[in-house]
Design a protein around this ligand. Sequence first.
Ligand code: COA
Length: 288
Amino acid sequence: MALDKSFVDNSSWKPDLFKGKVVFVTGGAGSICRIQTEAMVLLGADAAIIGRNVQKTENAAKEIQQLRPGSKVIGLGNVDVRDVNSIAKSVEKTVEELGRIDFVIAGAAGNFLSDFNHLSSNAFKSVVSIDLLGSFNTVKACFDQLRKNKGAIIFVSATLHYYGVPFQSHVGAAKAGVDALSNALAVELGPIGIRSNCIAPGMIEGTEGMSRLTPPGATPFDKKVPLQRLGSGKDIAEATVYLFSPAADYVTGTIQVVDGGVWHIGSFMGDLYPNIIIQQNLDEVSKL
Ligand code: COA
């Protein structure tokens, strides 16, 4: 689901919209954040993408760099967002190689489906640490650059916490925290020229999230979406470009939901709920 030059040719945006700017992206080799990085690079920015897996991160950076001649994209692997010092080192490296950081995408995330009964305390902690503490650490490490360049932040959130989604208590709790963090930063950092917003993607076709989180046996989702289709990477790219562009100069503390309207329906499990939960617990209780 990668972007190509047609994104610029058919775009509402000027091709050099982000010329001279640098975006720092955690999770930039993953599906959603990679698309966001690609859009920024295609529209003139240089980029640093950060990830745990060295090979995957470096390869993704090389591929993204090929999208626009003259662009610089660096891939910094072996960085865990749970460790603020590890991000701080990659910020230093980014400034050394690309000169500055104007935009930050805090997108590194961990997720899996697990009911409460099978979710260990450590599993809950891992996801909250990656998604929430990791988002805090990312902004913390980039703060001097954001302040100097009057930058902007996008947190990658979700819609899971707008209602109760079974098997996602860990991520729902983490993403609720991410929204709260973004709102507080919008208020606290606004007076020094930094904007903070969230993008909450819905069901985006071809993403790791879709493949990880679609319950086995679930009926196809697309016709349940008010706009009658799954989301595409381009939908996320457009929202990202908007929030970082001067068109959003007066926009901070918002959560841009990009989901075709589906969260209003609130039916993630469809026909599987509640039998899937009752049966699983009955099986376990009978063993006690
Ligand atoms: N169901 C229930 N528990 C799970 C699980 C699953 N599918 N996967 C991992 N866990 C638990 C582990 O058992 C462990 O708990 P324990 O110590 O009580 O056994 C805990 O989570 C931490 O697992 P570990 O593999 O040590 O953590 P990690 O930090 O290496 O990995 C994860 C973090 C668990 C979030 C892992 O899924 C991950 O790395 N994901 C990254 C990519 C991703 O999720 N992208 C999501 C895009 S939507």
